[in-house]
Ligand binder design. Structure first.
Ligand SMILES: Nc1ncnc2c1ncn2[C@@H]1O[C@H](COP(=O)(O)OP(=O)(O)O)[C@@H](O)[C@H]1O
Ligand SMILES: [Mg+2]
Length: 371
């Protein structure tokens, strides 16, 4: 480690894309917190759009937040040492110009970019199946390709979650159940807007498939073994874990939150009627305090194993991710997804730590140059 570098703070650029109406895209409150945290810690930090980040220029146009005037202002900044990718939408990140810029950062001889891309849901499961300890945590998952492969999987598991490969916030998720004793054994629950579920029943596979197709609008979907999640007052819940690299460059759990589903909902998202709770409050009544402590510890060590394996699988430098993990009625743990653009955690102690870690890890990267 060079002592000269240790004395200087890296220039950190938070990457997003431009927006005609509102300067740039992304959760402004989040970006504001990030920039303010960096500034408080004496890091030169700014928000930059993929278009403005010209890697061959001497300086780039970026944005900083002016607290007194409550506005973002545009200014010239030095080229970054570290780029933290917060492009908020998959559609934007997929655009050739944005992709190209990210790839230029990856190949650059000194700039370090972390979390360069969104994860694809199906790939995550492929990566996690390649390691014995993470393999045990993933529900059986396959690409949904037609009525025959759906039917075959339904015969094995009886409950399947159908999810878009590039989904978020519970959009497009369906629960398919097979109840052989019923006249209409196929039961499809579609998570409608806000607090409504649509339940479709049929005894014909073809009709079921047509109904599913009309929901998926030809987007690629995965079908996944449905886990019987534990519940609290008849509502299912799961856990959101934030895992980040520290100032030492190692993965650690920053915090764990719980999300309690709305009544009869099939996912736990807050926009789908869910609420934020403390994990212990929900786990204690089901498992007792001793077992709850064991589960929480297991959860943290599993989350770190998962993060390492995802980073390895992705082949890119990662610095943080959030994960959705579920606990079933036997106390076993399951991985549902990981997100490379974690939403901000509203739990105050998690929030503060998560912001600090972005910069602690940036400092680590700066002290460990490429090659
Ligand atoms: N295989 C499954 N079994 C049981 N519940 C699931 C399963 N997959 C997803 N869920 C529930 O749905 C939620 C959303 O699933 P997730 O894959 O995270 O999609 P999204 O990207 O929309 O957040 C999970 O947090 C969990 O509550
Ligand atoms: Mg999720």
């Amino acid at each position: 480690m060079s002592h000269l570098l240790a004395d200087r703070k890296p220039v950190v650029a938070v990457l997003t894309v431009g927006d005609a109406k509102r300067l740039f895209r992304g959760n402004k409150a989040n970006l504001k917190d990030i920039v303010n945290t960096g500034t408080d810690l004496d890091f030169p930090v700014y928000v930059v759009t993929a278009k403005d980040l010209k890697l061959t220029a001497k300086r780039v146009r970026g944005y900083q937040y002016l607290a007194e005037e409550k506005t973002w202002y545009r200014h010239w900044f030095p080229l970054p040492d570290v780029v933290y990718n917060r492009v908020p939408l998959r559609e934007d990140e997929r655009k050739p110009s944005v992709r190209k810029k990210i790839e230029e950062c990856i190949r650059h001889n000194s700039i370090q970019i972390y979390n360069p891309f969104f994860f694809n849901k199906r790939k995550l499961f492929e990566w996690l199946r390649k390691n014995r300890s993470t393999k045990a945590l993933v529900p059986a998952t396959k690409r949904m390709s037609g009525p025959q492969n759906l039917y075959a999987m339904l015969q094995i598991y009886e409950r399947l979650y159908l999810k878009p490969e590039s989904g978020k916030a519970g959009k497009g998720i369906m629960l398919l159940q097979y109840e052989p004793e019923q006249d209409k054994p196929f039961r499809l629950t579609i998570q409608g807007r806000k607090y409504r579920n649509i339940v479709y029943r049929t005894d014909r596979l073809n009709a079921l498939w047509r109904r599913i197709k009309s929901e998926t609008a030809n987007a690629p979907y995965i079908m996944q073994e449905g886990i019987q999640l534990v519940s609290y007052k008849d509502r299912i819940f799961d856990l959101r874990v934030l895992v980040q690299k520290t100032g030492k460059g190692v993965w650690m759990v920053t915090g764990v939150g719980a999300r309690l589903a709305g009544l009869k909902r099939i996912t736990t998202h807050v926009p789908q009627g869910g609420s934020i709770e403390s994990p212990e409050k929900l786990l204690n009544p089901v498992f007792g305090s001793e077992m709850t402590t064991i589960i929480m510890n297991r959860l943290k060590s599993n989350a770190v194993l998962i993060a390492k394996q995802i980073e390895k699988g992705s082949g890119h430098l990662l610095g943080e991710m959030s994960m959705d993990l579920g606990i079933d009625t036997n106390g076993d743990m399951w991985f549902f997804e990981a997100n490379s653009k974690p939403m901000k955690f509203d739990e105050p102690q998690i929030r503060k730590k998560s912001l600090d870690r972005i910069f602690q890890y940036s400092q680590y990267l700066f002290q460990h140059p490429k090659n």
